[in-house]
Write a protein that binds this ligand. Sequence first.
Ligand code: ZN
Length: 483
Amino acid sequence: MIEDNEEHINEYEPVIGLEVHAELSTKTKIYCSCRNVFGGSPNTNVCPICMGLPGTLPSLNKKVVEYAVKAGIAMNCHINNISGHDRKNYFYPDLPKAYQISQWETPICENGYLDIVSDGRIKRIGINRIHIEEDAGKLLHESEKNSLADFNRCGVPLIEIVSEPDMNNSSQAKAYLETIKMILQYIGVSDCKMQEGSIRCDVNVSLRKKGSNKLGTRCELKNVNSFSSAIRGIEYEILRQTKILKSRGNIKQETRRWDDAIGKSIIMRTKENANDYRYFPEPDLKAIVISDYEIEKLKETIPELPNTKIWRYINEYGFSQIDAEIIVESTERAELFDKSVKLDICKPKTICNWILSDIAKIQNETGLAISDMNITADKLCTLISEVEKGNISNTAGKTVLSIIVKSGKDPLDIIKENNMAQNSDRESLRCIVRKVLLENPKSVNDYKNGKEKALGFIVGKCMQKSKGTANPSMLKEIILSEI
Ligand SMILES: [Zn+2]
């Protein structure tokens, strides 16, 4: 079965396009002054405007424009100085107005691209457009027969990021989605909390004969609410369509619902066209106008982006893609790393190891964010260099780190106050070793009779006597010479 699939996959090339919806983290909703917050008791965060009651008029939240433009700049888009609003008409019980205000004719951003790092290489994915729109409410399915409507989410601002069909496998799609998520978090326009549905995607998959430029008929997967289910959905669609083509069938253009629990896509409807939504310009809102000056000002707020950072770490520091990604994935982690490297005290690889092992361990155990850990670049590098110079042992280094986290004290003070400085004084270590050897004749004999374990015991005893301060390699060397 598997061999069969592999043979099919080799014959066809998947073509994947993604539409990502991200909720913007503005304080208020897009066309009214209701708070933009997740959750709350059903229908408590609504007003006549976001409910679309007769006689109300929407007015655009400026922050939404600013955030969308920032996303456009980060994704190398052309920003349109003038863009409009359009009504997308359809009925669904979670949409009280029976239309969604979106952008159809002219989106706020278009013709961009995103460089992703996939399988150790850069791949450029075209961005067709980014437009702003309002979110719909939510249906709560109580039972097979009853559903309740919660309109709290109506009017939450969204951007829809539409890619070109430039991806050819699920790992590129995964890298693309993760890059978008990191970028939106880096530029501070969305929290991208998957569990709260802040970022969702629709997936388009088609197949074509390898080497052909003609696109095949595509199917769209809806209801994909995590990146991992997007990946599973893509892989499922590739196999489903391959089987149809292989048996000389035709792919029908369809919208399918991804059911993650059963791992299958199920037909929802044959694909609607844009015409079916009877788009027309929104008469209640003026055009969105943004000047070149305003765009330039927003450009200045964009930091080094995560995809650029990942590529830089791989190239400049020789990091593996996975290490680079783990550092970059958190803005705080990346900031601590970059600042530490800048001090030019320790090697980037060593700093990376401390952040990914010791600091990450404390984070896992305590649930603390790096900003709550009292650890600055300065303290981290001082600590690392004390260990590197052999002034304190590795184990003592870990203890110092945990004391910094608790107290915020300077590492050098901690070492001094707790007498943690490593003992590298040969004569005093020799004294300790001789005492321990005299006190433990059985272990000495055991070792001489070939029991390697006995040596570990002796080292332990010496370490104990030195209160953990003995330089371990020197200690071992002395024991071997004295035994
Ligand atoms: Zn409202």
